[in-house]
Design a protein around this ligand. Structure first.
Ligand SMILES: [Zn+2]
Length: 335
C-alpha cells in the first residue's frame, strides 16, 4: 500500500469514510473555488490525482488537472482550503504526506508552502456532509487524518468504466488507457496543435466504443476521403452527436470524434448508437504513424450540436475541449 504517483484517489476522513474531499459545486473548477467534504460518490468532484514532485506532492482535481489543492493566499492558522491553478501558484499548492499508517493509506496532509506554514494540516471542520475544509495546526482530532482510497476502473464497454461525468453517462472509448500524445489547444514552440488525445493500441481488446448515447453525425471511408482540406488525414473516422446535455456546461451537447479506424465505418449518419456500442477497431489509416485512436471531444450549445444533426462542415466550428477532463484514467505512457 502507500500512495503512488499519478494514481487517482478519494480522500476521506478516517473517522467518517462516508464523506470525501470534494470541489464545491457541480463538477466545476475555477480559481479560488472552495473545498468541502461531501457524501462520497463516484464523481469527478471527489477524485484527486496525487502527483509527486521533488520533495513534495500536489493533489490535483480530476475535473481538471490544472487545478490543485491550495492554501488561501496569506492564510495562517485556520486558513481556507481552495483550489487554484498550481502552475501560477506553485508554493501554495505544495503538500507533504505525513504517514500515520501506510498499510491503511492513512496520512496527515501537511501544507508545504514554506517553513512558516509547515505546521498547518488539512482539516475537515466537522464530519458532516457539506462541512468546510481548512488548514489548521496539528490537533488530536481525527479530522486531520485522511485515508486515500484508490479509484480503479475497468474501462471499455464493460459497464463499469466511465460513470456519470461532466458529459453525462459515458464509458471509456477503449480498454487501453495509455496515451502517446495529449491535447494542445494551441501549438507551442516545439509542439504542434493537437485537438484530441492519441490513445495507444496496447490492450488485447482493440475495439473502439461509443463514448455515450447519440446519433452518428459523420463517417468517412479512408479510400474515398471527403474533398475538404486535410480531410484525408483523419482516415476512416466516425463522429457522434450525443443525446444527453452535459451536466456542468449549461446543458451544452457534446460530440465525439474517432479517427484512424482500421476499416471503413459500417455505421451511417443518422444511425443511433448506445453508450458502449462497438463502433470500430483501432487502426492506422489517414495521417498516422502507427495504430492508435485519435479521440476528440467537442462541446457546443446551438443547433449544430442537436443530436440529430449530420455532416462535417458544422463540426469544425465547434469549441473543442481536452478529453482528459472526461477520462481521468487515461495518461501519457510510452513504455
Ligand atoms: Zn491525434
Amino acid at each position: 500500500m502507500g500512495y503512488e504517483n499519478g494514481k487517482i484517489y478519494w480522500i476521506v476522513p478516517q473517522n467518517n469514510t462516508g464523506i470525501a474531499l470534494s470541489v464545491y459545486g457541480n463538477t466545476q473548477v475555477s480559481q479560488n473555488r472552495n473545498v468541502i467534504v461531501w457524501s462520497k460518490q463516484d464523481v469527478l468532484d471527489q477524485l484527486w490525482r496525487v502527483d509527486i514532485d521533488n520533495g513534495f506532492a500536489r493533489i490535483k482535481s480530476a475535473i481538471n488537472y490544472d487545478y490543485a489543492l491550495n492554501i488561501w493566499l496569506g492564510s495562517s492558522n485556520y486558513g481556507n482550503c481552495d483550489i487554484h491553478t498550481w502552475s501560477d501558484n506553485k508554493n501554495d499548492s505544495k503538500i507533504n504526506f505525513k504517514t500515520i499508517d501506510a498499510s491503511r493509506n492513512l496520512y496527515l496532509i501537511q501544507c508545504y508552502r514554506n517553513d512558516a506554514d509547515n505546521n498547518l494540516y488539512l482539516t475537515a471542520e466537522s464530519t458532516a456532509s457539506g462541512a468546510n475544509v481548512k488548514w489548521a495546526a496539528r490537533n488530536t482530532g481525527a479530522n486531520q487524518v485522511w485515508q486515500l482510497i484508490e479509484k480503479t476502473n475497468a474501462g471499455g464497454n464493460t459497464g463499469t468504466g466511465g460513470g456519470l461525468g461532466p458529459y453525462g453517462k459515458y464509458v471509456y472509448p477503449t480498454y487501453c488507457k495509455k496515451l502517446s500524445d495529449d491535447f494542445r489547444l494551441k501549438a507551442t514552440d516545439t509542439e504542434r496543435q493537437h485537438l484530441g488525445i492519441d490513445i495507444r493500441d496496447k490492450h488485447a481488446d482493440h475495439g473502439v466504443y461509443a463514448f455515450a448515447d447519440g446519433v452518428v453525425s459523420f463517417v468517412q471511408d479512408a479510400n474515398h476521403p471527403d474533398s475538404g482540406t486535410n480531410m484525408w488525414t483523419m482516415g476512416n473516422c466516425i463522429a457522434i452527436n450525443h443525446s444527453n446535455p452535459t451536466t456542468n456546461m449549461s446543458g451544452q451537447y457534446a460530440r465525439t470524434l474517432y479517427m484512424h479506424l482500421l476499416s471503413a465505418p459500417t455505421l451511417t449518419p443518422g444511425q443511433q448508437v448506445k453508450k458502449g456500442d462497438r463502433i470500430g477497431t483501432i487502426g492506422n489509416t489517414g495521417k498516422s504513424t502507427g495504430p492508435h485512436l485519435h479521440f476528440g471531444l467537442f462541446v457546443g450549445n446551438d443547433a449544430r450540436m442537436a443530436p440529430g444533426v449530420k455532416g462535417w462542415t458544422s463540426i469544425s466550428l465547434l469549441p473543442v475541449v481536452d478529453p482528459i477532463n472526461a477520462l481521468p484514467f487515461y495518461h501519457v505512457d510510452r513504455s
